[in-house]
Design a protein around this ligand. Sequence first.
Ligand code: GLC
Length: 530
Amino acid sequence: MAHSHFQDDIVYQIYPRSFQDSDGDGIGDLKGIISRLPYLKKLGVTALWLSPCFVSPMEDMGYDIADYYHIDPIFGTNEDMDELIYEAGKRGMRIVLDMVLNHTSKEHEWFKKGRESVDNPYHEFYIWSKTPNDIQSTFGGSAWEYNEATQEYYFHLYAPGQPDLNWDSQKMREALYDACNYWLEKGVYGFRLDVIENIGKEIDKHIIQNGPTLHERLHELNRNTFGKYDSITIGECWCADHNTRLLYTDPSREELSMVFLFNDWGAFHDPYYGKWKCRPFDPHIYRDIIYARQQTDPAKSWDTIFWNNHDLPRALNRYTDLNYRKEAAKMLFASTLFLRGTPFIYQGDEIGMVNGHFASIKDFRDIEAINHYQILQNMGMSEEEAKAALDKTARDNGRIPMRWNSRKGYGFTKGTPWVDGGKDEKGFSVSEEEKDPTSILSFYKEAIALWKKEPYRTLIREGSFSPDYLEMTDWIAYTRMLNGKRLRVIANFSTNTYPKPDIPGKVLLHNYLEETDQLRPYEVYVFYVD
Ligand code: GLC
């Protein structure tokens, strides 16, 4: 059977370091992922996005690539990747690789050669200046680092070990196309493109995101690589809004299939401390951002639907009251699953994983968290406040090992996990949830099976979207409609209890054991009306 279009995919993100370790070194690997394919198939997902597993010094946990053509030995070999592509394919799942095309590692051959002299042919692959400006690195400090041999500074928007590539160099662009094509030829389904909004930058004018050449470059990338295949591409964009997003996704422009936006997450940032200190969550603000995206021109847009990834603390902690962890985890999934777009499940969402417990600052592993412990203190926080801020916001929260069981090593490793996160409360691991028909995991399986089944499939892919009960500011409620058939979602995104509206039709999905005439904390219903 031919595989359908990307609009029928439901994607599962794997953070390879933390998914499954097969050799006891405390770091997940490709053989580990292969051993868990039967689990993923049972869950029902159709594509697996792997955070980068290429050769890397791991300064930014693999987002610093030193060789686009080889798997890092920590994760396995290229043969393991071939096997993963094949074994996943046999089970109806395709592999999406994470391509970091904005920068490489400073250990990449191109950089090692390019930094030797201005006459080296690889020098033009990177961005240099004799007179650095004041642009700051996302991870803290100046974005410029001195290079003795050429007496220039190189630009790095992220860590000093992540020099930015010069997209104005055609030779450089062609070298990246070759790398992308190498993996496409091997049968990968497509790419998640790391911070792709940065590739049109004009540094002299302080323009990083959404630069003047961005879309021209993306179109060229598309035409030279994935555009020639039946593929899926997801661009990571922190600075696009729901309208500029269409420049990427309008199919006639031949750029990307879809983009990840973060406006919903950014909406709650502190004006001074940014993401390190979030304002209280307000479902109504969140909801309006999501609705605006659903209401843009469907011919030009295709949305992404996700709550978590490896850069975010867990949504359950951020947005919900953990006294209702089970109900809330199911509600988060069901309330947005039926929107128009591609759903992404981040490893552990399906068992209701929450943030880790980091006893001391030494337990954090992420360069961004480690740097910000000091930066936040320089900005005015005390040591305790900085630690407490990291506990809530550090990216390590989303990177703790997958809880396969509740024993030592979590079923993730026989060794010592590279990042831990401590013991969780009972009941929230795969082995416990697999046995429980009322578990979050069982709910995910049921919801995914529905999502894939007709007549719902066509309705979810093609139906119109209209918000309901806008006056209920704690609710996410909407109708999807096609040819008179409707899906109606009503979710209570709060700990309040409300009278439940009387909706005709069949209950397809519900997250409490029994139905009442109320909408209880985090209760969600999905109705089908034909
Ligand atoms: C993206 C990645 C993040 C990484 C950064 C730099 O935002 O998701 O993990 O640190 O790009 O590559």
